[in-house]
Write a protein that binds this ligand. Sequence first.
Ligand code: GLY
Length: 352
Amino acid sequence: MTTIQAATYPIHFEGKAYSELSKLITNNNYSSLFVLVDDNTIEYCYPRFIQLLETDKKIEIIQIASGEIHKNLDTCEGVWNVMTELGADRKSLMITLGGGVITDLGGFVASTFKRGIDFVNIPTTLLSMVDASVGGKTGVDLGVLKNQIGVFANPELIVLDPEYLHTVTPREIRSGSAEIIKYGMTHDIRLFNEIKDNPNVNIIDLIHRSIEIKNEVVLEDPKEQGVRKVLNWGHTMGHAVESYFLESEHKEALTHGEAIAIGMICEAYISQKELGFSEEKLADIKKSLQQIFGIAPIIKSDYDAILEYLIHDKKNVGGNINFVLLKEYEDFKLNCTTTQEIIIESLDYYTS
Ligand code: GLY
Protein backbone atom coordinates (compact mmCIF):
# COMPACT_ATOMS: atom_id res chain seq x y z
CA MET A 1 0.00 0.00 0.00
CA THR A 2 1.41 3.38 -0.98
CA THR A 3 2.47 5.95 1.58
CA ILE A 4 -0.03 8.74 2.27
CA GLN A 5 1.49 12.15 2.91
CA ALA A 6 -0.28 14.19 5.59
CA ALA A 7 0.52 17.85 6.29
CA THR A 8 3.80 17.31 8.09
CA TYR A 9 4.17 13.55 8.36
CA PRO A 10 3.91 10.37 6.30
CA ILE A 11 1.60 7.44 6.94
CA HIS A 12 3.61 4.37 5.97
CA PHE A 13 2.05 0.94 5.54
CA GLU A 14 3.14 -2.60 6.41
CA GLY A 15 6.84 -3.61 6.31
CA LYS A 16 8.08 -0.32 4.87
CA ALA A 17 6.66 1.50 7.87
CA TYR A 18 9.11 -0.19 10.24
CA SER A 19 12.15 0.59 8.10
CA GLU A 20 11.00 4.22 7.84
CA LEU A 21 10.55 4.35 11.61
CA SER A 22 14.01 2.88 12.15
CA LYS A 23 15.42 5.49 9.73
CA LEU A 24 13.58 8.30 11.55
CA ILE A 25 15.10 7.19 14.85
CA THR A 26 18.62 7.05 13.42
CA ASN A 27 18.35 10.34 11.52
CA ASN A 28 17.02 12.27 14.51
CA ASN A 29 19.46 10.70 16.91
CA TYR A 30 16.84 10.45 19.66
CA SER A 31 18.28 10.08 23.15
CA SER A 32 15.81 7.36 24.17
CA LEU A 33 12.57 5.74 23.08
CA PHE A 34 9.45 5.48 25.23
CA VAL A 35 6.86 3.00 24.02
CA LEU A 36 3.39 3.56 25.49
CA VAL A 37 1.34 0.36 25.66
CA ASP A 38 -1.68 -0.95 27.55
CA ASP A 39 -2.37 -4.33 29.17
CA ASN A 40 -3.36 -5.79 25.81
CA THR A 41 -0.87 -4.29 23.42
CA ILE A 42 2.11 -5.17 25.64
CA GLU A 43 1.11 -8.81 25.29
CA TYR A 44 -0.24 -9.02 21.74
CA CYS A 45 1.39 -6.19 19.75
CA TYR A 46 4.70 -5.30 21.39
CA PRO A 47 6.42 -8.60 20.45
CA ARG A 48 5.77 -7.95 16.74
CA PHE A 49 6.77 -4.30 17.02
CA ILE A 50 10.08 -5.00 18.77
CA GLN A 51 10.94 -7.73 16.31
CA LEU A 52 10.47 -5.43 13.33
CA LEU A 53 12.11 -2.30 14.74
CA GLU A 54 15.82 -1.95 14.09
CA THR A 55 17.54 0.28 16.59
CA ASP A 56 20.27 0.23 19.19
CA LYS A 57 18.63 3.01 21.22
CA LYS A 58 17.50 2.43 24.78
CA ILE A 59 13.81 1.48 24.87
CA GLU A 60 11.62 2.08 27.91
CA ILE A 61 8.13 0.57 28.03
CA ILE A 62 5.41 2.51 29.82
CA GLN A 63 2.27 0.49 30.43
CA ILE A 64 -1.11 1.90 31.37
CA ALA A 65 -4.37 0.12 32.13
CA SER A 66 -6.54 -0.37 29.05
CA GLY A 67 -9.94 1.25 28.56
CA GLU A 68 -11.55 4.64 28.02
CA ILE A 69 -12.02 5.00 31.79
CA HIS A 70 -8.24 5.55 32.09
CA LYS A 71 -8.11 8.23 29.40
CA ASN A 72 -7.71 11.08 31.86
CA LEU A 73 -5.24 13.52 33.38
CA ASP A 74 -4.40 11.17 36.27
CA THR A 75 -3.03 8.66 33.79
CA CYS A 76 -1.12 11.43 31.99
CA GLU A 77 0.44 12.49 35.28
CA GLY A 78 1.50 8.91 35.92
CA VAL A 79 3.15 8.72 32.48
CA TRP A 80 4.85 12.12 32.86
CA ASN A 81 6.20 10.99 36.26
CA VAL A 82 7.57 7.73 34.90
CA MET A 83 9.17 9.56 31.96
CA THR A 84 10.81 11.97 34.38
CA GLU A 85 12.07 9.16 36.63
CA LEU A 86 13.50 7.38 33.60
CA GLY A 87 15.34 10.48 32.46
CA ALA A 88 13.29 11.46 29.41
CA ASP A 89 14.55 14.66 27.82
CA ARG A 90 13.60 16.87 24.90
CA LYS A 91 15.31 14.49 22.47
CA SER A 92 13.29 11.48 23.61
CA LEU A 93 10.76 9.93 21.25
CA MET A 94 7.36 8.66 22.38
CA ILE A 95 5.94 5.74 20.38
CA THR A 96 2.27 5.03 21.00
CA LEU A 97 1.29 1.39 20.38
CA GLY A 98 -2.43 0.81 20.81
CA GLY A 99 -5.97 1.90 20.08
CA GLY A 100 -7.48 5.37 20.25
CA VAL A 101 -6.96 5.78 23.99
CA ILE A 102 -3.23 5.11 23.68
CA THR A 103 -2.68 7.23 20.55
CA ASP A 104 -4.80 10.16 21.82
CA LEU A 105 -3.35 10.12 25.34
CA GLY A 106 0.20 9.35 24.23
CA GLY A 107 0.17 12.16 21.66
CA PHE A 108 -1.08 14.56 24.32
CA VAL A 109 1.50 13.43 26.90
CA ALA A 110 4.30 13.81 24.33
CA SER A 111 3.21 17.16 22.97
CA THR A 112 3.04 18.70 26.44
CA PHE A 113 6.07 17.04 28.09
CA LYS A 114 8.84 19.66 28.40
CA ARG A 115 6.77 21.75 25.95
CA GLY A 116 6.66 18.97 23.43
CA ILE A 117 8.69 15.98 22.30
CA ASP A 118 8.34 14.02 19.06
CA PHE A 119 5.92 11.12 18.86
CA VAL A 120 5.01 8.34 16.46
CA ASN A 121 1.62 6.62 16.32
CA ILE A 122 1.24 2.90 15.76
CA PRO A 123 -2.51 2.26 15.82
CA THR A 124 -3.50 -1.34 16.54
CA THR A 125 -7.30 -1.20 16.26
CA LEU A 126 -9.36 -0.49 13.15
CA LEU A 127 -10.90 2.58 14.77
CA SER A 128 -7.54 4.13 15.54
CA MET A 129 -6.13 3.17 12.11
CA VAL A 130 -8.87 4.90 10.13
CA ASP A 131 -9.65 7.73 12.53
CA ALA A 132 -8.04 8.45 15.91
CA SER A 133 -4.35 8.19 15.02
CA VAL A 134 -4.64 10.35 11.88
CA GLY A 135 -5.31 14.08 11.84
CA GLY A 136 -3.44 15.52 14.81
CA LYS A 137 -6.12 15.45 17.51
CA THR A 138 -4.64 14.45 20.86
CA GLY A 139 -6.19 14.57 24.30
CA VAL A 140 -8.03 12.99 27.19
CA ASP A 141 -11.49 12.98 28.76
CA LEU A 142 -12.60 15.21 31.62
CA GLY A 143 -14.95 13.13 33.76
CA VAL A 144 -17.65 11.87 31.39
CA LEU A 145 -16.91 14.57 28.83
CA LYS A 146 -14.96 13.00 25.99
CA ASN A 147 -11.78 14.61 24.64
CA GLN A 148 -12.35 17.87 26.51
CA ILE A 149 -8.67 18.44 27.19
CA GLY A 150 -6.18 18.27 24.38
CA VAL A 151 -4.12 19.93 21.70
CA PHE A 152 -3.69 19.59 17.97
CA ALA A 153 -0.26 18.03 17.50
CA ASN A 154 1.08 15.97 14.62
CA PRO A 155 3.16 12.83 14.97
CA GLU A 156 6.46 12.48 13.10
CA LEU A 157 5.16 9.40 11.34
CA ILE A 158 2.38 6.82 11.48
CA VAL A 159 3.09 3.10 11.18
CA LEU A 160 0.02 1.48 9.65
CA ASP A 161 0.37 -2.26 10.08
CA PRO A 162 -2.92 -4.13 9.49
CA GLU A 163 -1.39 -7.30 11.01
CA TYR A 164 -2.31 -5.88 14.43
CA LEU A 165 -5.97 -6.32 13.53
CA HIS A 166 -5.53 -10.04 14.20
CA THR A 167 -5.16 -9.11 17.88
CA VAL A 168 -8.59 -7.50 18.26
CA THR A 169 -12.10 -8.95 18.56
CA PRO A 170 -14.63 -9.10 15.70
CA ARG A 171 -16.77 -6.65 17.67
CA GLU A 172 -13.91 -4.15 17.67
CA ILE A 173 -13.41 -4.62 13.92
CA ARG A 174 -17.11 -3.98 13.40
CA SER A 175 -16.84 -0.87 15.52
CA GLY A 176 -14.07 0.50 13.30
CA SER A 177 -16.02 -0.36 10.18
CA ALA A 178 -18.65 2.23 11.21
CA GLU A 179 -16.06 4.95 10.58
CA ILE A 180 -15.30 3.44 7.16
CA ILE A 181 -19.03 3.48 6.39
CA LYS A 182 -19.08 7.12 7.52
CA TYR A 183 -16.38 8.05 4.96
CA GLY A 184 -18.37 6.08 2.40
CA MET A 185 -21.59 8.04 2.87
CA THR A 186 -19.92 11.45 2.84
CA HIS A 187 -17.10 10.94 0.29
CA ASP A 188 -17.00 7.61 -1.54
CA ILE A 189 -20.12 5.47 -1.48
CA ARG A 190 -18.12 2.47 -2.75
CA LEU A 191 -16.87 1.97 0.82
CA PHE A 192 -20.40 1.62 2.21
CA ASN A 193 -21.55 -0.53 -0.71
CA GLU A 194 -18.63 -2.93 -0.35
CA ILE A 195 -19.31 -3.48 3.34
CA LYS A 196 -23.08 -3.85 3.05
CA ASP A 197 -23.09 -5.98 -0.09
CA ASN A 198 -20.37 -8.31 1.05
CA PRO A 199 -20.30 -9.38 4.71
CA ASN A 200 -16.95 -11.10 4.11
CA VAL A 201 -15.29 -8.06 2.58
CA ASN A 202 -11.64 -7.74 3.49
CA ILE A 203 -11.74 -4.63 5.65
CA ILE A 204 -7.97 -4.22 5.23
CA ASP A 205 -8.55 -3.26 1.60
CA LEU A 206 -10.74 -0.36 2.71
CA ILE A 207 -8.32 1.12 5.24
CA HIS A 208 -6.09 2.90 2.74
CA ARG A 209 -9.01 4.66 1.01
CA SER A 210 -10.51 5.66 4.37
CA ILE A 211 -7.25 7.26 5.48
CA GLU A 212 -6.92 9.03 2.13
CA ILE A 213 -10.35 10.59 2.65
CA LYS A 214 -9.64 11.63 6.22
CA ASN A 215 -6.28 13.06 5.20
CA GLU A 216 -7.81 15.12 2.36
CA VAL A 217 -10.35 16.60 4.75
CA VAL A 218 -7.77 17.36 7.44
CA LEU A 219 -5.35 18.91 4.92
CA GLU A 220 -8.10 21.32 3.92
CA ASP A 221 -9.17 22.17 7.47
CA PRO A 222 -6.69 20.96 10.12
CA LYS A 223 -8.32 22.73 13.10
CA GLU A 224 -12.00 21.93 12.36
CA GLN A 225 -13.05 25.45 11.45
CA GLY A 226 -15.16 24.23 8.55
CA VAL A 227 -15.10 21.15 6.36
CA ARG A 228 -13.47 18.88 8.98
CA LYS A 229 -16.83 18.96 10.75
CA VAL A 230 -18.01 16.48 8.11
CA LEU A 231 -16.11 13.83 10.07
CA ASN A 232 -18.85 14.27 12.68
CA TRP A 233 -21.48 12.74 10.38
CA GLY A 234 -23.45 10.36 12.61
CA HIS A 235 -21.54 11.57 15.66
CA THR A 236 -23.95 14.14 17.13
CA MET A 237 -26.68 11.57 17.82
CA GLY A 238 -24.05 8.84 18.10
CA HIS A 239 -22.08 10.49 20.89
CA ALA A 240 -25.25 11.26 22.86
CA VAL A 241 -26.41 7.64 22.66
CA GLU A 242 -22.89 6.37 23.42
CA SER A 243 -22.59 8.57 26.53
CA TYR A 244 -26.08 7.65 27.69
CA PHE A 245 -25.45 3.90 27.38
CA LEU A 246 -22.11 4.30 29.15
CA GLU A 247 -23.60 6.20 32.08
CA SER A 248 -26.92 4.38 32.43
CA GLU A 249 -27.07 1.67 35.08
CA HIS A 250 -29.63 -0.24 33.04
CA LYS A 251 -27.73 -0.43 29.75
CA GLU A 252 -24.70 -2.29 28.58
CA ALA A 253 -22.13 0.06 27.03
CA LEU A 254 -22.07 0.22 23.24
CA THR A 255 -18.88 0.31 21.21
CA HIS A 256 -18.16 3.64 19.54
CA GLY A 257 -19.02 2.17 16.14
CA GLU A 258 -22.32 0.70 17.34
CA ALA A 259 -23.30 4.14 18.64
CA ILE A 260 -22.19 5.89 15.45
CA ALA A 261 -24.26 3.44 13.41
CA ILE A 262 -27.33 4.51 15.43
CA GLY A 263 -26.26 8.12 14.88
CA MET A 264 -26.04 7.63 11.11
CA ILE A 265 -29.54 6.11 10.98
CA CYS A 266 -31.06 8.94 13.06
CA GLU A 267 -29.17 11.63 11.16
CA ALA A 268 -30.16 10.10 7.80
CA TYR A 269 -33.75 10.42 9.03
CA ILE A 270 -33.15 14.08 9.99
CA SER A 271 -31.47 14.58 6.57
CA GLN A 272 -34.60 13.23 4.90
CA LYS A 273 -36.82 15.66 6.81
CA GLU A 274 -34.57 18.73 6.56
CA LEU A 275 -32.80 18.32 3.20
CA GLY A 276 -34.96 15.86 1.25
CA PHE A 277 -32.46 12.96 1.43
CA SER A 278 -33.91 9.98 -0.46
CA GLU A 279 -36.46 7.90 1.50
CA GLU A 280 -35.31 4.78 -0.28
CA LYS A 281 -31.69 5.34 0.72
CA LEU A 282 -32.78 6.12 4.27
CA ALA A 283 -34.58 2.76 4.47
CA ASP A 284 -31.49 1.02 3.05
CA ILE A 285 -29.21 2.69 5.61
CA LYS A 286 -31.46 1.55 8.46
CA LYS A 287 -31.74 -2.01 7.17
CA SER A 288 -28.05 -2.40 6.36
CA LEU A 289 -26.67 -0.82 9.53
CA GLN A 290 -29.06 -2.72 11.79
CA GLN A 291 -28.04 -5.93 10.04
CA ILE A 292 -24.34 -5.24 10.65
CA PHE A 293 -24.50 -3.63 14.11
CA GLY A 294 -27.72 -5.06 15.56
CA ILE A 295 -30.49 -3.05 17.17
CA ALA A 296 -29.70 -1.33 20.46
CA PRO A 297 -32.40 -1.45 23.15
CA ILE A 298 -33.54 2.18 23.09
CA ILE A 299 -36.98 2.84 24.56
CA LYS A 300 -39.09 5.99 24.88
CA SER A 301 -38.10 6.53 28.50
CA ASP A 302 -34.47 6.89 27.35
CA TYR A 303 -35.21 9.84 25.05
CA ASP A 304 -35.04 12.67 27.63
CA ALA A 305 -31.62 11.61 28.84
CA ILE A 306 -30.33 11.28 25.26
CA LEU A 307 -31.66 14.79 24.52
CA GLU A 308 -29.81 16.10 27.59
CA TYR A 309 -26.54 14.72 26.23
CA LEU A 310 -27.30 16.32 22.85
CA ILE A 311 -27.82 19.70 24.51
CA HIS A 312 -24.38 19.45 26.13
CA ASP A 313 -22.55 18.28 23.00
CA LYS A 314 -19.23 20.12 22.68
CA LYS A 315 -19.89 20.74 18.98
CA ASN A 316 -22.89 22.98 19.75
CA VAL A 317 -22.57 26.68 19.05
CA GLY A 318 -24.84 29.38 20.48
CA GLY A 319 -27.07 26.82 22.19
CA ASN A 320 -27.99 25.06 18.91
CA ILE A 321 -27.43 21.35 18.44
CA ASN A 322 -25.13 21.10 15.45
CA PHE A 323 -25.53 18.39 12.79
CA VAL A 324 -23.84 17.37 9.57
CA LEU A 325 -26.65 16.28 7.25
CA LEU A 326 -26.75 14.62 3.82
CA LYS A 327 -28.51 16.02 0.77
CA GLU A 328 -27.32 12.97 -1.15
CA TYR A 329 -24.57 10.43 -0.69
CA GLU A 330 -21.25 12.28 -1.06
CA ASP A 331 -23.09 15.62 -0.78
CA PHE A 332 -23.26 16.97 2.76
CA LYS A 333 -24.21 20.18 4.52
CA LEU A 334 -22.44 21.40 7.66
CA ASN A 335 -23.83 23.38 10.61
CA CYS A 336 -27.44 22.19 10.28
CA THR A 337 -30.06 22.42 12.99
CA THR A 338 -33.41 20.70 13.42
CA THR A 339 -36.35 20.62 15.81
CA GLN A 340 -36.70 18.57 18.97
CA GLU A 341 -39.74 16.85 17.38
CA ILE A 342 -37.65 15.63 14.45
CA ILE A 343 -34.90 14.41 16.77
CA ILE A 344 -37.50 12.41 18.71
CA GLU A 345 -39.01 11.10 15.47
CA SER A 346 -35.53 9.98 14.39
CA LEU A 347 -35.25 7.86 17.55
CA ASP A 348 -38.75 6.49 16.89
CA TYR A 349 -37.64 5.66 13.36
CA TYR A 350 -34.56 3.85 14.68
CA THR A 351 -36.61 1.71 17.06
CA SER A 352 -39.59 1.10 14.77
N1 GLY B 1 -12.60 12.04 14.63
C1 GLY B 1 -12.92 13.21 13.93
C2 GLY B 1 -11.77 14.07 13.60
O1 GLY B 1 -10.64 13.63 13.67
O2 GLY B 1 -11.95 15.20 13.27
